[in-house]
Design a protein around this ligand. Structure first.
Ligand code: NAP
Length: 284
């Protein structure tokens, strides 16, 4: 039976570390890191995520403010806000909660954030720096996955890592991080032939497809480490991952649950990135 990777407790530990560092910044430089969150519309998922992010900020001592708009807000109004936030020294990080309504050009808005405040690590310049191994703000979910593996002492160097899902948010940046950590990476998507065969070769499997139960337990190699990023609703309305947990648990050596695995790590890494952004902006 696999050991469960407790993302909740690792995330708590990271938030405690951030909290200590935030307190140190305040004592030494009278600086309180600040995060601005832009929320458009009343999608229940987005509202819940934003609330969780704000709570995490409160927990670690980061100042946060949510700028909420109704779903019919115009592009121009948001552009003006982002320009102001870019210039406002109170905010070290800016986050636009996705998805935005279709009437808005999300990429254009994202690209207006100055790279040093891009705490989601989604701007082309930050992703480009990740690709060439330069210091930058990196995307939170892949960072959280790397941190989980590190805290559970999973050897990544030389491992065959199979990632299912090639999104800009998870699969692609995680591939870059895994390469930097000397893994051999196979990145799968909907056109991949023989997904079961490739999954079966993984020393470390990361499922990030957003398809309930896509990864069957019997595909998984005995002793593999399984990281389930997927967040889906089961027919009973429960939150569940991309991996058939009950079967996978019998073959894996370590496995993340959903919920309580990668999810809490994403928010913890957002706190870490906001702190990092504040520290970087202090540099002359
Ligand atoms: P996305 O943008 O929809 O991308 C999904 C990826 O999975 C695509 O590359 C797609 O392939 C691939 N895929 C879908 N069905 C597949 C199949 N049957 N076989 C092989 N590949 C398949 O999703 P995302 O934003 O990366 O999110 C993925 C999941 O992670 C979602 O459930 C999301 O809620 C969750 N998530 C969780 C967190 C967290 O903090 N826990 C953070 C971010 C995302 P194509 O490119 O060929 O279409």
């Amino acid at each position: 039976m696999a050991q469960i990777i407790d993302g909740k407790s690792v995330a708590l530990q990271i938030k405690l570390e951030v909290k200590e560092q935030v307190a140190r910044l305040k004592a030494k430089y009278n600086l309180i890191p600040g995060l601005a969150v832009v929320l458009v519309g009343d999608d229940i998922g987005s509202v819940t995520y934003v609330r969780n992010k704000q709570k995490a900020c409160d927990d670690v001592g980061i100042r946060s403010r949510t700028f909420s708009f109704s779903s019919d807000v115009g592009q121009k109004e948001l552009e003006i806000l982002i320009n102001e936030l870019d210039r406002d020294p109170q905010y070290n990080g800016i986050l636009i909660q996705m998805p935005l309504p279709r009437s808005l050009d999300a990429r254009a808005l994202l690209n207006m954030i100055i790279p040093d405040k891009d705490v989601d690590g989604l701007l082309p310049s930050n992703i480009g720096k990740l690709a060439i191994g330069e210091e930058a703000l990196y995307p939170c979910t892949p960072l959280g996955i790397m941190m989980l593996l590190q805290r559970y002492a999973v050897p990544v160097s030389g491992a065959h890592v199979v990632i299912v899902g090639r999104s800009n948010l998870v699969g692609k940046p995680l591939t870059l991080m895994m390469i930097s950590a000397n893994a051999t990476v196979t990145l799968c998507h909907t056109k991949t032939r023989d997904l079961p065969g490739i999954v079966g070769q993984a020393d470390i499997l990361v499922a990030a497809a957003g398809r309930l139960g896509l990864i069957r337990g019997e595909w998984i190699k005995q002793g593999a480490v399984v990281i389930d990023v997927g967040m889906n609703r089961s027919p009973e309305g429960k939150l569940a991952g991309d991996v058939e947990f009950a079967q996978a648990e019998k073959r894996a050596s370590l496995i993340t649950p959903v919920p309580g695995g990668v999810g809490p790590m994403t928010i913890a890494m957002l706190m870490r990135n906001t702190l990092l952004a504040a520290e970087r902006q202090m540099r002359p």
